[in-house]
Each structure stands twice: as structure tokens, then as C-alpha cells.
Write a new protein. Sequence first.
Length: 759
Amino acid sequence: MSMKIFEFKDNGDSFVINNVNAAKEWSNYLWSKQGYIARVSHIGHGESYYIDEKANMCQLNNNEVRYIYLRDDSSKTCWNIGEGPLLETVPNYKCVHHISHTKLESEKDGIKASLRIFVPFEGFCEIWTLKIKNNSSQKRNLSVFAAVNFDLEGFKYPRYHEMFRTMNATFKEQLNGIFCSSAHVYAPHKRYNGYLAASEKIFAYDANVTRFTGSTGSFQNPRTILVGADCTNSSRTCYDVGAVLQNRIELAANAEKTIHFIYGLSESLEEAIEVTKNYFSDDQIERAFEETNKVVLNKYATLSINTPDQQINNVMNNWLKKQVELCIVGKKGVRDNAQIASALLMYRPENARDEILEILRHQFKDGHAVLTWYPYDDTRYSDQPFWIVWIIIELIKETGDFSILDEVTEYQDGGKGTVLEHMKAAINRLLDDRGKNELVKIFFADWNDALNVTDDPEAESVMLSIQFCLALKEMSILCDKIGDKEYASFLREKYAELRQAINKDAWDGNWYARVLSEKGNIGSKDSPGSKIYLNPQVWGILADLPDKDMQEKVLKSIDDMEHDFGFPINKPAYTEYSPHVGRMGLMLHGLYENGGVYCHASAFKIMADAKLGRGQEAFRTLKKIIPDSEKNPYTQSETEPFVFTNCYALNPDCYGKADRSWTTGTSAWAMKGLYEGILGVHKDYEGLRIDPCLPPKWEKVEMTRSFRGTKYHIQISNPDHISKGKVRISVDQKEIAGQILPLFSDDKVHAVEVTLKKE
């Protein structure tokens, strides 16, 4: 029987790759609380970098150079545990991407080797543990070469002030490794020094990586090891700066050897020496590994599911939560982080709160906000104020803490305001930004970065105007609860006005247009190129815009857009460039926002389906966009089968291919679609509201959820095989009235039984 290319193990927490020739690089991300991040591919290489709390970045290496080379010093045979970059075939290859670490192993000519990489949950480094065993019957002499390079870039500076001009790398005896110092006067902090250290005495080294690769070689073809030579004990400044550490090992038959390496950043040589000294003493590395594994698993333990669909269980338990959290660690944008924080609220509300307050610090006093603060981009996107209002409401529904509205935080351009003042500034910004049709202007772009109406500065965004309707409605409810009745009444009035304007001027007969413009509406049946966009239809449902007759037409229009992989963002794709739609028309048809299946937008649709009781449609959409789906398996999409991607291509020359996995808002909305949409566990001011919308085939599903100090184990039964129906709930074997779970705040687990019955 042939071995599977991959499989999930350890209740889904391990993703095991059994063939090095996967569809493409399948990577794991590992990071510390402080923001040190390592991407580890299934051959072991990848980039390592650090982003501090002010979004200053330091790229530790470049060209993803992070390699361990092994050489038999007698036969001169050279190889890597994960085959790359030498591409020498190794039997018995396996890579385990675990929630907390990655481990590679293989065997070559009787030498079994494994490499485990993890990032301690505290600190600024990664730790590699290399284990080598001689399974042959004779003594073996081996050389181990640990090789990296140093980049230390990632911040702005004047022209010709590149970092490499300030770098010097030398071997340090106290470190037992190479330390690369920098003296860049524009560096935003002191942690722009890199190092690579080993736990075993170094035989030789090179800080000049050209001595290792050869002047015409590369890390894929390093002359030193291929010709059987040793490192030359070089130092290096300026060019080709890196670290190659050579260890020589003599192994008797059946003997084993372990070597640890630490690769990281520090503020000084003294700090690097202290870090390695602490880790290389006693069994500290194993203790750090076990502690990191425990911390990682514990922080995801407050939220879990068990459904009849094993793929959903594998992908959407810890892997999805890890993906959501990485987006917060790696993304620095108002819109992006607001959406990600909404999902993070479900299992790490304290972290989400911090991120939400950080978002507010990047809002200007006039209500608009930057797009991203790393890299800094204050291009005038129109939708940032909406996300600010929306995410504060999400936060209060999760925590029940209205006092946050009185908390004072900074504005991007100076001064301070309460959280409520930030929200009102956002509302006022959107009100002031309305155009001649009373809809909100699109400016450079809204949620869709690629929709740039460059020929009409007065163009109005239908999608954002619909989202603004939702914000007005939700904000009015919040204001009623805090006793601001006058402002709540004002918001309801504005909601009614805007809803009427949208339904009058943006309704196209069977769906909502995407943009209103004197140069021609976009996403209308009479528009050149694309006739319909998905997002206005979906958000129209979420904001309660269409009446019953319109809603039926909207649903039919949405369903007509369906594809095997999900839902394209627009249909049909544009086939030529027009300044009227900007970058969308610049892309080839069927790619990304131009007619590709945009998984992020498809996940919006899951929420709309669930709102309307369309459980089967919601589930089907989720299964279409989940990685390694039935109609778009990994052999076609090539993306990692354990994390969501941004979009799937419909262009025939790259049909089904995925572009960006891991750091995508698809993760947050897929999580919301499952937990809040399909399972129907909604955060609300009074508590958790239970309103499931299941696929009819699901007879039973269970989940755990922590909420305001109460732990719930929720089991939903569906004996009548329906999607929506009458909900009967018992808590700790006592039936309750209504659909809001009682709060206990006792940190104990309470059993919730939910039965879905026909009306």
C-alpha cells in the first residue's frame, strides 16, 4: 500500500507530510509573545523576522536561507534532511508541522537524522535540535554545517544608507557561534544584531558565506562541502555576511549525537551570550520546548468543535485559531486587524482587546484612519471608519464591558479621545463623506483594494454604504443601552435614510450595483465588463436592506454566481483595462479580485446564508473554500491542506491555484461562519445567544466556548434533520427560557444541551 502524501494526526494538531515533493512549499509559522516569527517550510528553510509592538520590523535572514547540511567525510556524500537545497534524495523522509513546532527526519546511507525547530514562547530566537544516529554497522565520520545569512533590514532610511554597509560578523568564543553586529544610525531600536550559536564545540566556521558557497556557487551548490573542504574561519563585513558553523562528529555503530543551534536577534553580544548560556545548560531546551508546547495548546483550548465532518475538525480547530492569531501578529492594518480581532475575541478576548485599542490609535481626529501602519500607508481608503465602529461593538458584545467606551486613547495625528468619541468620529466621517446620491464616496478604494475608480472622485461605494447601514443600526442599539437616547434616535433616522437611498439608487432590478458613478455604474446589468459583484448582495442581507421580494432576487443572483471552488468576487471577469475600475481591470481575467474565487468574500456569504436559515448553502460554501476541497484538491490548488487561502484562480492557465495562505482575512470569517453562523453561537450584550443553522445531515455537533468567565460545553442535536427551527435549551439539565445562556462566571464547565426541532 502506498503511503499517503499527508495525514492529520494528534487529533489534528499535527500535519504529517510523507513526501518531500509536495505540491509546493507547505509551511508552518512559529512565533513568540514578543513578535519573533519563523516560517518553516517542509524542507526546513524559510524567513525569520521580528516585528515589535510599534510595528518596526527586522528581517533576520534573506532568501529564506536556513539550512543544515550533512556530509560523510569518508565518502564525501552530502545531503539535507529535507532534501533541500542540495536536492539529494533521502529515504524515509517525513515532515511534521505541529501547532507548536516543526520536525523533519530522514535517513541516508545508514545515517538517520532529525531536525526539530521551535520558537520559545518568550524571547527573540528559534531553537534547532539536530539528532543523528548511526544505524550502520561501522564507525562514521560526519560533518554538520549549519548555514544562515544575515539581512537585518526592514525599516526606512535615506537612500544609500543600506544596512549591509554597517554589518560585521565574527566568531565569538563565549557565544560558540557567529555574532553579526550592526551600527545603523536609523535603526528604530537596538535589536538589529543577529547570531547563530551551537551547543557543541565548533570545528570551523565562516562568516563570509562566499567561502562556503564558492564565488560561483550558491547555497544550492556550496563548493566547500561538495568538494570535501572545511570552513576557513573567516570574518566578514559588508557583503555576503552570514554564519556557517561546522561540527565534526565521530559516531560508532548505533551511536547517537544531539546538537542544538540557536538562531536569533539580540540587542548586544552580551545578551546573545546570556541567552545561549541559559538554554545550553542542563536540559533547559527540552523544558523550554515542553513549556512552549503547553502554552500554545492551552491558549487555543477555550474554543473547540467536534462535527460529523473530520476535515472541518482537523482544519478548524487549532490550525484555524493559529492562522487567525498569526494574522494579528503579522498584519498591521485597521481593516485587517479589526476583522481578525473579531474572530480572536472568541478564544483570546484579552489579546483582541489590545489589538482593537491599537487600531484606534491609528485613527485621525477627523474619523478616517490609516490603511496599514506596517508598512505605513495613509492612502485615503473609505472603509476604515466602518470597521472601527463594528469591532468596538463586537468587543463589547463579547466582554459585556461598556466601561471601555470611557477609556481614553490617542489619535494618529495627535490628541486623545474616549473610545466612544472615536466611534462617533468614525460615524461623522462616513456621514460627511456621502455624495450626491447620499451614499458614501469610495475615494481610492474600499474593502476591495483593487477597485479604484480613478476617473471619478465623486464615485460612491454601494458596499461601504450598506456596511454603514449596519454600523448605524448596531450603534443605535449600543447607544440605547448606554442611555444616549437622542443620539440613538439620530442614528436610526440616518439608517432609514441611507437604506432608502441604497434601495432607490443602487438597486439594479435583481441585485445591488457595486459603485454609483456619473461615468457609469459598476456592477450593474448595463455595466461594461462585470455585471454583478458578490459583496453588496451579501452585506445587504447582513444589514437587513432588501425587502422580501428583493431578498429573493438577491439570493437567486448570489446563487447564480456559484462556482466549484466558492464564489467569485465579480462576474464576469474584466477582459481589458479601464481607469473606471482601476487595478481590477489590470489583472488577467479570473485572477484575484478580477473574477477569481475570493475565499474571504465567500466566507462573508456563509454568514448571510446562516442569517437566512440556509444551512446547507452555508455548509456547502464552507466546504468549497476549505483547503483541499472536493472540487479543488491540493494537487490542483497546491496550497497547504491545513490553512485557508485568500483566493483560487479561475484563469484557465492557473486554474484552481491558490496564492496567499496563512495571512488572510478568510481565516477570521471562516471561523465566524462556522461558530457564529452554522453553529449559531452568537456573542450578544446579554450573553451567548444560541441560534443554530445546521446542514440537515448533521445529527449532532458539539463545541466548547468560554465566555465572560463561564465555560460551556455545548451539544446541539438535530433529530429532525433541519437547518433552522425551534430551539430548546437546557443548562446543567435544567431547561431555560429563551436562547440566551445564563452567565455563571465561576470558571466551571456547564453542560448545555440544545435541541433543534421543527416549528
